[in-house]
Write a protein that binds this ligand. Structure first.
Ligand code: AHG
Ligand code: MN
Ligand code: MN
Length: 342
């Protein structure tokens, strides 16, 4: 046989055998990736079907919803509600927990997701994606509330994203490394194309929305200032800046070739705690980055150790190549010590 590539189906069956699983996880992941395939198809139709626009509505965060935000949310709910694997779901686009309709059996897992990340880019044909995180439903809970979702990122059993870019890619971890798959549209299946993804420890690429420079804390200012000095500065090398404004696309680049991504808490977003959401953006991405050998911090602590206090809680996110993240952590500690000494 010529084509010996590993399909997602084969990959996940082998994983199931390796961990002697019951098959629940295999079934659950199939539902999740089917939802991603449907969203990929919807996003790919673009302006032809008139779904690129805004709705009149706002989501719980007060952001204007795109038509595709709502479509993607509905696709995820519909595809994942009937398998009997989930006890409840929560998403960026819904204020409260979504209960599994009574006609379907309930399972032991919770699904939390950002149905369309970077959706402000959708009208200009820039990459967008779906981010998801899977948690265990606490024992004995049959009607999960928001409280049951408030588990630190270290409790995640699986996390991943689908990136709808020039090709559609699925990147996944179940806590045993990170693997990437590309959608082969001819056969309708994801195929393993990026086995055992690793984030290089060294980098010369960074990503931050620098229109916010005036709001940054001293540690971020110091890091970016040094980076911008290039070969003449303390790093002794030139960096390049990349900012896609779709976290999923920025993180994918970092998982592919290293880099630093920062959406820090600053004086402008401090009241909200930051910009990105802990449960369905920061935690799943941190799990992936750590599993690939990188680091993910708030600036002062490991993101995955933060005890969540709200379903839509926001947080400061700094993640990527280990050597630079360690440096940024140190810069925060030094800035805090200097402030205390004053
Ligand atoms: P979402 O589209 O789900 O609301 O998330 C957008 C996020 C993230 O993907 C991206 O990194 C960031 O917002 C972009 O923020 P700026 O508009 O400040 O660049
Ligand atoms: Mn998002
Ligand atoms: Mn979103």
């Amino acid at each position: 046989m010529q084509d010996m590539r590993t399909t997602f189906t084969h990959f996940i069956i082998e994983e199931q055998r390796r961990v002697k699983g019951s098959g629940v996880f295999t079934s659950l992941l199939h539902e999740v990736i089917t939802a991603c395939k449907i969203i990929s198809s919807q996003v790919g139709r673009g302006a032809l079907v008139g779904t690129h626009g805004n709705l009149e509505t706002e989501n719980v965060q007060g952001e204007t919803q795109k038509i595709l935000d709502v479509i993607s949310n509905e696709v995820f709910l519909k595809e994942n509600q009937m398998s009997g694997n989930f006890a409840a779901m929560a998403s960026e686009e819904m204020e409260d927990v979504y209960q599994i309709p009574s006609q379907y059996p309930k399972g032991n897992y919770l699904l939390v997701f950002d149905p369309l990340d970077g959706s402000s880019n959708v009208g200009v044909n820039v990459s967008v994606g779906t981010i998801f995180s899977i948690l265990r439903c606490p024992e004995g809970v049959t009607e999960p509330t928001a409280e049951d979702f408030l588990q630190p990122g270290t409790q995640q059993v699986c996390a991943g994203y689908a990136l709808y870019g020039s090709s559609t890619t699925l990147v996944l971890t179940t806590g045993r490394g990170v693997n990437g798959f590309t959608l082969d549209r001819n056969i309708g299946s994801f195929v393993l194309t990026h086995p055992n993804m690793r984030v290089p420890e060294e980098t010369a690429e960074y990503a931050i929305n620098s229109s916010r420079t005036r709001f940054w804390e001293p540690a971020i200012k110091r890091y970016v200032d040094e980076v911008q000095q290039g070969a003449e500065g303390p790093n002794g090398k030139n960096y390049t800046l990349r900012w896609i404004a779709s976290m999923v696309a920025d993180v994918h680049r970092i998982l592919s070739r290293g880099g630093v991504f920062m959406y820090p808490m600053d004086s402008d977003n401090k009241d909200k705690g930051g910009k990105l959401r802990l449960l369905y953006e920061a935690n799943p991405m941190s799990f992936l980055i750590e599993q690939a050998g990188g680091m993910a911090i708030t600036g002062r602590q490991r993101i995955m150790e933060v005890q969540p206090t709200g379903l839509h809680q926001r947080i400061s996110v700094i993640l990527g190549s280990k050597n630079d993240i360690e440096k940024i952590l140190r810069y925060h500690q030094e800035a805090d010590e200097a402030a205390k000494a004053k």
